[in-house]
Design a protein around this ligand. Sequence first.
Ligand code: IMP
Ligand code: MG
Length: 190
Amino acid sequence: MEGTDPAAPHGYGGELSALLIDAPTLAAKIGQLAAAVAADHDNERPPLLVCVLKGAVLFMTDFARALPIPSEMEFMAVSSYGSATSSSGVVRILKDLDSDISGRRVVIVEDIIDSGLTLSWLLKNLESRGPAQIDVVALLRKPEAVKVPLQVGYIGFDIPTEFVVGYGLDYAERYRDLPFVGLLAEHMYR
Ligand code: IMP
Ligand code: MG
């Protein structure tokens, strides 16, 4: 990507191998996801958006701004034991919700569904708290995700099984700040 490295203006050099989804394409898709979530809303109270930290932060803020109805925000931090690039499904809550979700329409805002193990654990956990409804909006989904039966109503993009970074997604805490999704160059994690 010499000369046209999209990460260069953000201070990264030669670390990505390709641009996968650019910022305008992300914005257009997020507008569609937000319109769909709003059209399906029939709870008298606003949807409670639950952002799963940290990867979903950029998506959450753009999604909330694109929603044509009022929403409320909650943040949850979980850690799934595993290696840097894959998860095990064993999850620990690092930061829980601040509010009671009973009777609410909860919309889990997720960055990416890979194995789906983290999300299936989270769905079970939140379901036990008596919400009126739980939906999931995930920006990205990898093919592995189909192995776990999950009620994910809203998906942005299906992507190949490759390690992606940017737009909230990290590799060792780097690249979250990029405004697009790209592929990490192999020499960065080999
Ligand atoms: P799962 O439990 O395998 O679905 O893993 C989901 C979590 O793993 C996501 O919320 C991300 O934090 C992380 N993850 C999975 N794939 C990627 C990737 O390609 N890039 C960056 N993080 C990823
Ligand atoms: Mg991560």
